[in-house]
Write a protein of this length. Structure first.
Length: 121
């Protein structure tokens, strides 16, 4: 069965791709850019499951990265799924988050689990 990049359940997610050699610099730049746009974020090192790594957090939300074969999922997820303040904040920054970090959009998945993406114009 095929698989794709992981991301947390109930997260807002966008996708981008990089070579492995560029990944470390990419994460540093990602943190810097996100903290400049949304100053409430601070660095963290939290794993949500085995593949989803939160690199930034504020009081209500995690900002994280998951990777599989050079495809990166960048995601926002509430720390508490039932926190309306977290969902409201995420909805307020979602467009800017997608525009700033996303280069691909998931368009569907096959029955074997393989996912398909299109480049965002």
């Amino acid at each position: 069965m095929a698989r794709s990049v992981s991301y947390p359940h109930n997260s807002i997610v966008t996708f981008t791709a990089f070579d492995y050699d560029e990944a470390f610099d990419f994460i540093e730049n990602l943190e810097e850019t996100a903290r400049a746009l949304w100053p409430s974020f601070r660095k963290c090192d939290v794993w949500l499951g085995r593949e989803d790594h939160a690199i930034l957090e504020n009081n209500h939300t995690y900002f994280g990265v998951s990777e599989y074969c050079g495809l990166f999922a960048l995601w926002l997820v509430p720390k508490n799924e039932n926190d309306p303040l977290a969902w409201r904040w995420i909805s307020q920054i979602e467009k800017k988050f997608n525009k700033t970090f996303g280069t691909f959009r998931k368009v569907g998945c096959a029955s074997n689990g393989e996912c398909f993406f299109e480049k965002i114009s």
